[in-house]
Design a protein around this ligand. Structure first.
Ligand code: SAH
Length: 360
């Protein structure tokens, strides 16, 4: 397509702005990272009321000079635009910063805090592989992964000084799961109705299973994870094992997010088959409850555009770090049918995730 001169309308300036917006989008991520590093949400929270720029700069561990005032003013301005903070008038001359619902999730000690997640995902080691995508696509080796091209090792072998990186991941995922499961218990309680025993497969350290058992009083929730993960976990409801080999018998299985999405189709089918062996048929109430992303179909679904875009970003993230993908409804239906399940039901929650009930 070429642009004759009479197409050089003012609209082209909007087009240019759109390109610039995409070009500089990483600055949004970096501004968020910087605000967290500086502890800005916690500082405003402890202040207890709207906080002026000079109060904020005073409270930060940076020099209080004209340069800092200008930097923090501009950092806060872009973050206000991003919905992270609000501003309100505190006196005749000054405005003060307030938290929003978004920055409340960025308080470090908040149980549902997203801070560890943001810090991990915006670490340089996760950004570098994005520069290796073109090298990766040219490679003849189908098993290569951009992360490995960038760092010489796959993700979980990356940092020998941090043998606990897996544990760190599990804890970060657990924070996110806690948020999603809390919303689910409050708004989609019927999914758990009639079930007496649940096994949370790949359930990590068990924080989420405890929330479920506490909230849904009569439910017994067993955490099933690799033996070294459950080692040292408190409570008697932990069972160690390998989900590819055997899953304890139960009414229903919970496969929370982060269990299937970084697995190949073949691996997912193996896990789902083991799930099927562990539960009774649909008539007796057997089901697998998956909480995961279901990539929206933009042509068919009128979802919220921001969530759709975020799902696409997550999909590209999966490509760069583990060479996997986020699945859409059709991809999932194929997996369920190949694993021998007869039926499924997708309940989209607001935001990124859905509840998927899969029936044998
Ligand atoms: N479901 C949790 C944690 C997801 S991380 C959440 O949503 O927060 C994936 C989990 O699967 C980890 O806890 C990991 O230890 C566990 N896992 C990985 N391979 C496994 C296997 N073969 N058998 C059982 N659990 C496994």
């Amino acid at each position: 397509m070429t642009f004759p001169n009479d197409n050089m309308t003012r609209e082209m300036l909007v087009v240019e702005a759109h390109i610039w917006n995409h070009t500089f989008n990483y600055i949004n991520s970096m501004s968020l990272k910087r605000a967290i590093q500086l502890g800005i949400p916690d500082i405003i929270h402890s202040h207890g009321r709207a906080m002026t720029l000079s109060n904020l700069v005073d409270a930060l561990s940076i020099n209080n000079n004209a340069k800092s005032l200008d930097y923090i003013f501009r950092l806060m301005r872009i973050l206000i635009h991003g919905g992270f903070f609000n501003q309100t008038r505190v006196n005749d001359k000054e405005e003060g910063y307030l938290l929003t619902l978004v920055s409340c999730l960025l308080l470090k000690d908040e149980p549902l805090s997203q801070v560890p997640f943001v810090q991990m995902e915006l670490d340089k080691k996760f950004i570098d592989p994005c520069h290796s995508l073109s090298k990766w696509i040219k490679s003849d080796d189908d098993s290569s992964i951009p992360f490995e091209i960038a760092h010489g090792k796959p993700l979980f072998e990356y940092d020998e000084r941090q043998p606990n990186i897996n544990r760190q991941f599990i804890e970060i995922m657990a924070n996110d799961s806690l948020l999603v499961i809390s919303v689910m218990i409050k708004n989609y309680r019927e999914v758990f109705e009639g079930l007496k025993l649940l096994v949370d497969v790949g359930g990590g350290t068990g924080i989420v299973a405890k929330v479920i058992a506490d909230a849904l009083l009569e439910k017994n929730c067993i955490v099933f994870d690799l033996p070294h993960v459950i080692e040292g976990c408190e409570g008697s409801c932990h069972v160690g094992g390998d989900m590819f080999k055997f899953i304890p018998s139960t009414d229903a299985i919970l496969l929370r997010q982060w269990v299937l999405h970084d697995r190949s189709d073949e691996e997912c089918i193996k896990i789902l088959k083991k799930c099927k062996e562990a539960i009774p048929n649909k008539e007796k109430g057997g089901k697998v409850i998956i909480i995961d992303m279901v990539l929206m179909d933009r042509n068919l679904e009128k979802g919220d555009d921001k969530s759709y875009e975020t799902q696409l970003l997550c999909d590209m993230f999966m490509m760069a770090h583990v060479s996997r993908k986020e699945r859409n409804k059709q991809d999932l239906a194929k997996l369920f049918s190949r694993a021998g399940f007869r039926d499924y039901n997708i309940i989209p929650m607001l935001g990124l995730r859905s509840i998927i009930e899969v029936f044998p």
